[in-house]
Ligand binder design. Structure first.
Ligand code: NAD
Ligand code: ZN
Length: 346
């Protein structure tokens, strides 16, 4: 079969690799039917994630059909159409029992395509398949479901739930990539009074408007601080969600929040941000951060089935699996291509 293989910083190839095999009784093998590329894959390709070694099959967002199950898999049978969660976790260690799947110490805690091979391939091994896959009802499309592998639970858990968005809140989201846009959709579930989205790219702000942002601010041209202050009687926002991952945008978030407000960091920071603790202290701010655990995936799937999540507009480009090299080029250059999520279908 073929897979998208990391070859070291800047190098990737769509190439022949061995078929995946069951290695543990709790594994399943899926045929990949729909798969996406994530900003995290670009971080890996840039060499920013040194624990990912050359030879690794990338990718952690897929929908597929079960073609084989290990003897310890109880809830799946061949032919089931499933969403594979981006996090593999044992389900029974002390962290998993708390829903902290990303911290699993029972042999999981892996992000697919990170320390184990991922899903950007024709077939893929999914460890702990009973816990790490979700059977899909017929009415949910592969394209909508694949957005629940990572970006929806990430924006919902690490952004909206950690930030405790409440009815009537003013919510600011800094960064309008797929994660920031998914945060607009999931923040809306809590009836905030106003959602402001800040990005430095005009086409991303246009997308934010389509997803329901009330106000957009073009960073670098407009002044985010005065825009947010004028909406909040000079106080600042109740909740600010960081969905970029730079020291500057994190510091902007702490400046935009009101006294007693909440900053929920979602961005992955390659460079450390500065914490001005004296300022955060005197203003009683709550700051949260974290890796997605995907404990919310079943709930998000229910909401998707019930028509409560409008994810239209998120997939901007579609390719066949054999077009992975070109799909990466398109995804990596959103200023030119206008790409949000690209989906490759088998
Ligand atoms: P993305 O690169 O597609 O989007 C980032 C957006 O930020 C872009 O639209 C860009 O124009 C904007 N931006 C960059 N610099 C800016 C600035 N100075 N001011 C305003 N806007 C600016 O990324 P994404 O896929 O949406 O992911 C967002 C972040 O979330 C990334 O850091 C990613 O690694 C992280 N992430 C975190 C988790 C987690 O578990 N916490 C999971 C997945 C992704
Ligand atoms: Zn991802």
């Amino acid at each position: 079969m073929k897979g998208l293989v990391y070859g070291g910083p800047g190098a990737r190839s769509w190439t022949e690799i061995p078929d995946p095999a069951i290695r543990d009784p709790r594994d399943a093998i899926i045929r990949v039917d729909a798969v996406t590329i994530c900003g995290t894959d670009l971080h890996i390709l840039a060499g920013d994630v040194p624990e990912v070694k050359p030879g690794r099959v990338l990718g952690h967002e897929a929908v597929g059909t079960v073609v084989e199950t290990g003897s310890g898999v109880g809830g799946l049978t061949t032919g089931d159409r499933v969403l594979a969660s981006c996090i593999s976790a044992c389900g029974i260690c002390r962290f998993c029992r708390d829903g902290a799947y990303g911290q699993c110490r029972g042999g999981g805690g892996w992000i697919l395509g990170h320390l184990i091979d991922g899903v950007q391939s024709e077939f893929a091994r999914i460890p702990f398949a009973d816990l790490s896959t979700y059977k899909l009802p017929e009415r949910v499309s592969n394209e909508a479901a694949v957005l629940l592998a990572d970006i929806l639970p990430t924006s919902y858990e690490v952004g909206v739930l950690n930030g405790r968005v409440r009815p009537g809140d003013t919510v600011v989201i800094v960064g309008a990539g797929p994660i920031g846009l998914a945060a607009v959709v999931t923040a809306r579930l809590f009836s905030p009074a106003h959602i402001v989205v800040i990005d430095k790219a005009e086409n991303r702000l246009q997308a934010a408007k389509m997803f329901g942002a009330d106000t957009t601010v073009l960073a670098g041209t407009d002044d985010p601080l005065s825009a947010v202050r004028s909406l909040t009687a000079d106080l600042g926002a109740d909740v600010v969600i960081e969905a970029v991952g730079t020291p500057q945008t994190f510091e902007l978030c702490t400046a935009l929040v009101r006294p007693g407000g909440r900053v929920a960091n979602v961005g992955v920071h390659g460079k450390p941000a500065t914490l001005h603790l004296e300022d955060l202290w005197i203003r009683n701010l709550t700051i949260t951060t974290g890796l997605v655990d995907t404990y919310s995936t079943p709930k998000l799937l229910d909401m998707l089935v019930a028509g409560q999540l409008d994810l239209g507009h998120m997939v901007t480009h579609r390719f066949g699996l054999g077009e992975f090299m070109r799909a990466y080029d398109v995804f990596a250059d959103p200023a030119r291509s206008g790409a949000l999520k690209v989906v490759l279908a088998g």
